[in-house]
Design a protein around this ligand. Structure first.
Ligand code: HAM
Length: 460
């Protein structure tokens, strides 16, 4: 019969280690001589520290609740995609694709990019997974990081997070309205003052005619346009309308407005979207200069701007944006599928929440702090901790500390109601101390009855 090796007890291992103990001869850790500077986080990226988490929890739980209320299911998409997906959908001549993508060749020589946005991915996933065969519309939401090589400044990062929601497979204007309403409610219910900016950029047919009018107008003003706008005139004339340069903004004031050029279908669609918003008394601003920076949009486009002291802030720091993209899925070789969606920037909302002094709800209170004195008590306390946790009691500890003062201070900081204290004396007597942290009154409990007793007190 093969010999079964006995499992050694901790005590046996310890005594063996004592006998064999030799002065430590640890290998030296190699330190690179190239750079001894402490590595820093990349520009435009940031760590989200524990103290920030309550804001993230607040927003992600709100996003989840809202997605449920409006019937959206969660989808998680990869952070890397073929570069080509974004070039085709967001548009070759957009700022995002031209200037802001993190793109590189992988080891197999394929051009890939960190996703700058997720709508293109949603369209890809819809085609790849044959979602056209599901009952339509398909309603999906996502929450996660996007990457854009933007110029970092307040509210503008190179890695940022979006909560996004997309409805695919239905062209009814009520869905455009519902996407606007969801975005608005999300921000309003977080306590933020916001303003909706809305426009229609028509379909490729009516937009073509409008672009001719737009170019004709701007050509007469060419000498006064900024260098970027001079280029836009040839490449992407719609973007002339939302240039941030003051000179160009003044010129845009008198530019032809797209609503005057919408075809019958696009006009009717837009009117219906607005009627649905009116029905719910959702306030909005018709903004004929709003064109958005992504090429896939058709018909409705909108942004949500923060309102500071009564004035809606400029589009540069929009909290969210979206619109309809009826041709995107077909453009990626899927069957024609109308769609509409939006996404909201989480970091920007957190900045606004802080500016408005909105406090996320306090963390759940801890009920019991388990304190211990001495090695044997520590072992027993460790086991007691597990029992309390499994009973569903909210607990905390500081087992690496030995002094009782330190531990009680930690308990006080957490604002716990009771501390259970185990020392040598209690251990030998089979008892435990229960300390009321408010009054400091202590009483001795039978160790075996302690959990039951504590539960009874917490219920009071
Ligand atoms: P977007 O307007 O490019 O739209 O981004 C949506 C939101 O993401 C912005 O309103 C902003 O809050 C946030 N955001 C964008 N860039 C940054 C940045 N560099 N730093 C921090 N936050 C940023 C889209 O991405 C579309 N996919 C929205 C959509 C969904 N359209 C239809 N469905």
């Amino acid at each position: 019969m093969p010999k079964v090796k006995k499992i050694k007890t901790a005590r046996k291992i310890k005594s063996k280690m004592k006998k064999e103990a030799k002065p430590a001869d640890l290998p030296k850790v190699a330190v690179s001589s190239v750079s001894k500077k402490t590595p820093q986080v990349l520009r435009g990226f940031k760590d989200i520290l524990p103290s920030e988490q309550r804001y993230w929890d607040l927003i992600s739980s709100k996003a989840k609740a809202l997605a449920r209320d409006y019937g959206f299911e969660k989808i998680e998409l990869p952070l890397l995609e073929e570069t080509n997906l974004f070039t085709r959908s967001v548009g070759k001549e957009t700022d995002i694709v031209e200037k802001e993508m993190f793109s590189f060749e992988d080891r197999g020589g394929e051009r890939i990019s960190l996703r700058p946005e997720a709508t293109a991915q949603i369209a890809r996933a819809y085609i790849n997974h044959g979602m056209i065969n599901l009952p339509q519309p398909v309603k999906l939401y996502y929450f996660g990081p996007m990457f854009r090589y933007d110029r970092p400044q307040s509210g503008r990062y190179r890695q940022f997070n979006q909560f996004g929601f997309e409805v695919l497979g239905d062209k009814h204007p009520v869905l455009d309205a519902q996407i606007v309403i969801l975005s608005y409610n999300f921000l309003q219910e977080l306590g933020l003052k916001v303003n909706i900016q809305i426009n229609s950029i028509g379909c490729p047919i009516c937009r073509k005619e409008y672009k001719v009018q737009l170019v004709n107008y701007y050509k007469t003003q060419k000498a006064d346009l900024c260098p970027d706008c001079k280029l836009r005139l040839g490449k992407n004339p719609l973007r002339l309308l939302d240039c941030k340069e003051e000179k160009c903004q003044a010129i845009s004031e008198d530019a032809p407005q797209i609503v005057d050029w919408l075809c019958e279908d696009c006009k009717n669609h837009f009117v219906k979207v607005l009627e649905f918003l009116d029905e719910l008394e959702i306030p909005y601003n018709l903004n004929s200069h709003l064109v958005r920076g992504l090429d896939y949009y058709t018909k409705t486009v909108f942004e949500i701007w923060p309102v500071d002291e009564g004035e809606p802030k400029k589009a540069q720091n929009a909290l969210g944006g979206g619109g309809r993209y009826d041709n995107l899925i077909e453009l990626l070789n899927g069957r024609p599928t109308p769609a509409v969606g939006a996404s909201i920037g989480i970091e920007r909302i957190i900045l606004k929440i802080k500016e408005a002094n909105i406090e996320p709800p306090a963390e759940e209170k801890i009920d019991i702090f388990v304190a211990q004195l001495g090695e044997s008590a520590k072992r027993k306390a460790l086991a007691l901790y597990e029992i309390l946790r499994k009973e569903g009691i909210k607990i905390a500890e500081n087992f690496s500390k030995d002094g009782l003062k330190n531990q009680l201070e930690a308990a006080n900081k957490l604002g716990v109601r009771y501390a259970l204290i185990l020392g040598q004396k209690e251990l030998s007597e089979g008892t435990i101390l229960l300390r009321d942290m408010e009054g400091g009154v202590q009483e001795t409990l039978n160790y075996n009855k302690a959990v039951k007793e504590v539960k009874k007190r917490l219920e009071k």
